[in-house]
Design a protein around this ligand. Structure first.
Ligand SMILES: CC(=O)SCCNC(=O)CCNC(=O)[C@H](O)C(C)(C)COP(=O)(O)OP(=O)(O)OC[C@H]1O[C@@H](n2cnc3c(N)ncnc32)[C@H](O)[C@@H]1OP(=O)(O)O
Ligand SMILES: O=C([O-])CC(=O)C(=O)O
Length: 441
């Protein structure tokens, strides 16, 4: 591990020198203009953050350090005999900026396995919550309870030099990633499997062991988890979970606090919770039709009813993407290979053919195409993980890889407290009528 940590610091020193140069030579260059509409409408299109781990193209989708999802599926190391990438490899790529070889990924898997111990008070804290608590609430609570283990918080309290922040953040990030599958699996087994818990298997890879602790030994499910944990890991810096983690981290809150904050955002239905909403929506449609497989006409009618009721069609649309999400496509390919005849998956594919033209008709939806959440639930149901309220926890465990790699970069680059300017609508009225000056600060 010392090796990866050292490598990270070397890369960071190089980038720090480059950024210093950029700021010296181009610090006052303009990167864009901000309109009044952007300020009121969720800051879409404002470039205001630096996130090293991935970059989104509205039409192509996400690239992790330059690699698209199909490229990652091909190039990242796999388990012996496996076809899907090991998510540990993606973490290495996001952190170091280079594709790891199999040996480096195996080393990282071993390190994560050795760091995965979760203290008992975390389980006791989760146990204190009523059983009907949403799994995402249990998850964020569990992560907050784990904060007792933060090395960064301890070191800060002891009074370290700011040049040393990154090293403690790095250790916390790895420890937290190592521990999350255990916390998540505990929640699953407590809520849905009569509190019958399964001990970790230190010989397995990170995602394979997660599947094992959840109670799924099928190799197909383990492959799904490897793919799932890879494709959900990061989506550049402005999405709600990544931005929140970064923002909270900018106050020098440690990795546990920052990640828990990000997870409370992932738990929203317009963000990560949409994966449970998709399955809920399909099941409700089936129920309304008396069961069975709905025809495309019936799906279209249900979509129109959803819209008429003033609701969104979950799994469709995106704040930035303007084409079918490549994460949706990757899952579709997985399904075509492993479960082409699955009834629910076939409904998901019929929904894909039906929804976009209807959303397009509305004239206001900027992206009528499916996002990652439109497909994931149906795959999980196929393998028996039917408890859809748990799905966003899986998303959260994966998202840790991206947002925690980013947090390491934030600290090693010495990123400052984030604090953009806000105004009141009264100020805006004066501004648009020329009675107030725009403030650059
Ligand atoms: C991992 C992820 O976070 S991926 C996203 C997961 N979320 C979902 O799938 C929920 C459904 N989708 C949505 O609600 C939206 O598409 C979002 C939140 C993802 C993006 O929101 P925006 O960037 O505001 O989208 P956009 O600019 O296209 O919105 C314009 C209008 O179209 C509506 N719209 C967008 N997507 C949908 C949809 N799937 N169903 C119905 N209406 C939609 C918006 O609600 C908005 O309506 P309004 O003007 O009456 O308020
Ligand atoms: O990019 C976004 O805004 C939402 C998203 O798809 C993600 O975070 O994975």
């Amino acid at each position: 591990m010392v090796q990866i940590k050292d490598k990270f610091k070397v890369k960071a020193d190089e980038l720090n020198a480059t950024v210093k140069e950029i700021l010296k030579e181009h610090g006052s260059d303009k990167i864009g203009e901000v309109t009044v509409a952007q300020v009121y409408q969720g800051m879409r299109g404002i470039t205001g953050l630096v996130s090293e781990t991935s970059l989104l193209d509205a039409n192509e989708g996400i690239r992790f350090r330059g690699y698209s999802i199909p490229e990652l599926r091909e190039k990242l190391p796999k388990v012996n005999g496996g076809a899907e990438p090991l998510p540990e490899g993606l973490f290495y790529l996001m952190l170091i900026g280079e594709l790891p070889d199999t040996e480096q990924v195996q080393e990282l898997s071993g390190i994560l396995a050795r760091r995965s111990h979760v203290p008992n008070h975390v389980f006791a804290t989760i146990d204190a919550l009523p059983i009907n608590t949403h799994p995402m609430t249990m998850f964020t609570t569990g992560v907050l309870a784990l904060q007792t283990e933060s090395l960064f918080a301890k070191a800060y309290a002891d009074g370290i030099n700011k040049k040393e922040y990154w090293g403690y953040m790095y250790e916390d990030a790895l420890n937290l990633i190592a521990r999350l599958p255990r916390v998540a699996a505990y929640i699953y087994r407590r809520k849905y499997k009569n509190n019958y818990h399964i001990q970790p298997n230190g010989m397995l890879d990170w995602a394979g062991n997660f599947a094992h602790m959840l109670g799924y030994e099928d190799e197909g499910f383990k492959e799904l988890m490897r793919l799932y944990m890879t494709i959900h890991a990061d989506h550049e810096g402005g999405n709600v979970s990544a931005h929140t983690t970064h923002l909270v981290g900018s106050a020098l809150s440690d990795a546990y606090l920052s990640f828990a904050a990000g997870m409370t955002g992932l738990a929203g239905p317009l963000h990560g919770l949409a994966n449970q909403e998709v399955i809920k929506w399909i099941l409700a449609m089936q129920q309304e039709l008396g069961g069975g497989t709905p025809t495309k006409e019936q799906i279209a009618a249900y979509v129109r009813k959803t819209l008429a009721d003033g609701k969104v069609v979950p799994g469709y649309g995106h704040a930035v993407l303007r084409k079918t999400d490549p994460r949706f496509t990757a899952q579709m390919e997985f399904a075509k290979k492993h479960l082409p005849d699955d009834a629910l998956v076939n409904i998901v594919w019929n929904v894909y053919e039906t929804v976009p033209p209807i959303l397009q008709e509305l004239g206001k939806v900027k992206n009528p195409w499916p996002n990652v959440d439109a497909h994931s639930g149906a795959l999980l149901v196929h393998y028996g993980l039917v408890e859809y309220e748990f799905y966003t926890v899986l998303f959260g465990v994966s998202r840790a890889l991206g947002v925690l790699a980013s947090l390491c970069w934030d600290r090693v680059m010495g990123q400052p407290l984030e604090r953009p300017k806000s105004v009141t609508s009264e100020w805006m009225q004066l501004f648009v009528t020329g009675k107030a000056e725009a403030s650059a600060e």
